[in-house]
Design a protein around this ligand. Sequence first.
Ligand SMILES: Cc1cc2nc3c(=O)[nH]c(=O)nc-3n(C[C@H](O)[C@H](O)[C@H](O)COP(=O)(O)O)c2cc1C
Length: 77
Amino acid sequence: MKIHLQTPEEIRPQIWKELGRASLDRHHEWRTPVLASADTDGLPDARTVVLREVDAVAGQLTFYTDSRSPKVAQLQA
Ligand SMILES: Cc1cc2nc3c(=O)[nH]c(=O)nc-3n(C[C@H](O)[C@H](O)[C@H](O)COP(=O)(O)O)c2cc1C
């Protein structure tokens, strides 16, 4: 068995590349990540969202939502 070890610095760009693919391919397994935030009691609140855009340079992932949804207030807080 041959084991190829990679450093975090090698793995990180591969992950961003895959995230970029996921934002373009609606059948990609990473297309619908779970976004977790903290509620007003500090407890975790998690839900599925659709990954819409990926900017590897800015380190930014984009999803769309209703501005009135609880998750928006949680993320702003
Ligand atoms: C496959 C799937 C994709 C979803 N994508 C989104 C999304 O892109 N944006 C969104 O606001 N909600 C999406 N939802 C609904 C959320 O999971 C969640 O139920 C809703 O946004 C309310 O979340 P909140 O009350 O925590 O704010 C999706 C649900 C599923 C099952």
